[in-house]
Design a protein around this ligand. Structure first.
Ligand code: ADP
Length: 635
């Protein structure tokens, strides 16, 4: 085919340019990236061989080799992996396929602006990172399925060349022609045995194939008696394996440092931040497996419904697939991690996973172990738990909701809320019960968009006065979850807006009745003034400091109404409202002294708007409201 010249795709060019001109201190991570590609390639070849019914031979001892050459200033990274054919070279190397790379290009730009020099080291950036240290790169590769091999050459600028070559062994060898040393960077150090060994142990220790390198050193020549001969040396060499090779998930968790787990997470799951928390699971028995689960420290994607959710799956140490959704229940899709089991078949396919009994067992088991771990964390390190809860609390609530109550027992004790008495911290339901007033049966909640908004609700006043705590629901999913939960230890949940006449004492009822008779004229005027807005105007015993409040006639909380109508924007779900009045408030006293019915009507309109504000609703007629307000101010 001769030598073909091709252009890099636009995005690749941009990323290459950033790489070549980067001023980052972390250039060393190029080695981690190339080794991880080599290891992936061996994984893929092994998997193919194991599924080929013997057509593709299994190489017993695949290896990754690092071969430095000080005279040529080259470093070769060579693997026995799956190799690439022509199309794969063009599509995988000539083009950015991975969405992460685009994301990275964006991050690196931002980092340049904010001088965050560490960002590169924290990110999985792939093959192109080699251009941070190399002025030219040659890839020679032969795919398992091909007769011919291919050579790719590029200096990382606009274009690259491809030609076919004769190559005996399947796999890939990548030759880096290192940049010249300068004041900032000693590129030659990447040819030094000890530097390379250090980097492999730092970043690639858990790669499951041996990473080999020849160690050369000079030794004194010896005389017949075994004594050193002065000034006479000979070259000795020894082949060494640089990495420990035991997969991190097979190690006892006490033998692994947190920093090693963090490093492993970032490398394997392409995150640039340490995880918030990790859980290592080892199960032996009828069904044995190891799992390593990480909680990302930031929302990497929408919590539920993640496109690329799932855990990586290994069987008997061989990589099978990544992003296997069947290993997690839906609501835990925010987790990252992997599962390795000796009890799974290597030729399991994505389609078969869903019905595979062992996969279902592993999923249920991981869910239980993970939740048990969270509960432990909640008891022992509540601050850490809160950090997790702030990010993923909605997912846990979603778990209760989506399982129609079947996971209540599992999840209910993970719920924590702010409340009237605990505005600055969270309490769980058990604590709420413990602090309940004598004679209190229900668990009260108030829902709204934020703790600040809820704190203003006039309905809370009576609870404050009576020293009853009220949970604050400030997430959309809260009320749905609580409906699915139904009760906690036989105590029902009750919205403070559901608190109604049935909850009053006989004395209170009688009192309201006589007030209603005494102030019939005022109530009628108010109803008349607001007849388009509310279906009724009533006295209330709930209010203490506020003159008025609004509720839905059928008890549905105003917040739930908001959520429902935002979920069904095309339907008009507006509910009938009731304006409640505080008969003991100064303002009502003032109203009752007004002789002029028109005046009462003006007061009513202003008060209605005040109720809207207090209940976290929008003022509907802003013009009318400001006119009235101005009129009152000018009085
Ligand atoms: P990533 O590894 O994150 O997908 P890279 O830029 O490092 O991104 O690599 C792009 C693709 O090139 C890989 O997904 C793989 O298909 C291919 N590739 C890279 N290195 C090798 C290799 N040593 N052997 C076979 N394929 C490789």
């Amino acid at each position: 085919m001769g030598i073909e010249r091709k252009e890099f795709q636009a995005e690749s060019k941009e990323l290459l340019n950033l790489m070549i001109n980067s001023i980052y201190s972390n250039r060393e991570i190029f080695l981690r990236e190339l080794i991880s590609n080599a290891s992936d390639a061996i994984d893929k070849r092994r998997f193919l061989a194991l599924n080929s019914n013997g057509k593709i031979p299994l190489i017993e001892k695949p290896e990754i080799w690092l071969i430095p050459n000080k005279d040529e200033r080259t470093l070769i990274i060579k693997d026995d992996g799956i190799g690439m054919n022509y199309d794969e070279l063009v599509n995988n190397i000539g083009t950015i396929a991975k969405s992460g790379s685009k994301e990275f290009a964006q991050k690196i730009k931002e980092a340049k602006e904010s001088h965050d020099v560490d960002i590169i080291g924290q990110f999985g950036v792939g093959f192109y990172s080699a251009f941070m240290v190399a002025k030219k790169i040659i890839i020679e590769t032969k795919s398992v399925n091909e007769e011919k091999g291919y050579r790719f050459i590029s200096d990382g600028s606009e274009s690259y060349t491809i030609e076919d070559i004769d190559k005996n062994d399947v796999g890939t060898s990548i030759t880096l022609f290192l940049k010249d040393d300068n004041d900032e960077e000693n590129y030659s150090s990447y040819l030094d045995y000890y530097t390379i060994e250090y980097l492999v142990q730092k970043y690639s220790n858990y790669v499951r194939y041996p990473i080999k390198m020849e160690e050369k050193h000079k030794e004194n020549k010896k005389d017949q008696d075994g004594k050193d001969i002065e000034n006479e040396f000979e070259e000795k060499s020894e082949i060494k394996t640089l990495n420990s090779m035991i997969p991190i998930w097979k190690k006892n968790k006490n033998d692994v440092k947190e920093s090693e787990y963090n490093e492993f997470y970032k490398n394997n799951f392409h995150d640039y931040k340490d995880p918030l928390h990790y859980v290592s699971i080892n199960v032996e028995g009828m069904l044995s497996y190891n799992a390593l689960i990480f909680i990302p420290s930031h929302l990497r994607n929408e919590v539920y419904n993640r496109e690329d959710a799932g855990l990586s799956l290994y069987a008997k140490n061989v990589f099978i697939m990544d992003k296997c959704k069947d290993l997690l229940p839906h609501y835990l899709y925010f987790l990252e991690g992997l599962v390795d089991s000796n009890d799974l078949n290597l030729n399991i396919s994505r389609e078969m996973l869903q019905e595979n009994k062992n996969i279902i067992k592993i999923r249920n088991n991981i869910e239980n172990k993970f939740i048990a771990n969270l509960k432990e964390l909640k008891e022992n390190d509540f601050n850490k738990y809160k950090e997790i809860y702030l990010l993923y609390g909605p997912a846990l609530k979603y778990g209760i909701y989506e399982s129609y109550g079947s996971k209540n027992e599992l999840l209910k004790d993970l719920l924590v809320f702010k409340s009237l008495k605990h505005k600055d911290d969270f309490i769980d339901l058990k604590t709420y019960l413990k602090e309940m007033k004598e004679g209190q049966k229900d668990i009260y909640f108030a829902s709204g968009r934020s703790v600040e908004e809820i704190s203003l609700y006039p309905e809370l006043e009576r609870f404050k006065k009576d020293d009853i705590d009220v949970l604050f629901f400030d997430k959309d999913v809260d009320e749905f979850a609580i409906q699915a939960l139904n009760n906690y230890d036989s105590h029902s949940f009750k919205s403070i807006s559901e608190f109604n006449e049935n909850d009053l004492t006989k004395e209170e009822k009688d009192n309201l009745e006589s007030l209603t008779i005494t102030y019939k004229r005022e109530l009628d005027d108010m109803k008349e003034a607001l007849k388009e807005k509310v279906s009724d105007v009533k006295f209330s015993t709930k209010l203490v400091d506020s003159p008025v409040s609004l509720i839905n006639k059928d008890g549905l909380s105003l917040n739930m109404e908001k959520i429902l109508s935002s979920l069904n924007p095309n339907e008009n779900l507006k509910m009938e409202k009731i304006l409640e009045i505080n008969p003991n408030h100064q303002i009502f006293k003032k109203i009752s002294e007004l002789k002029d019915d028109e005046k009462i009507k003006e007061y009513s309109k202003l008060l209605y708007n005040e109720a809207l504000i207090l209940n976290g609703l929008e003022i509907e007629d802003k013009e009318e409201f400001t006119e009235l307000l101005n009129k009152f101010l000018l009085k």
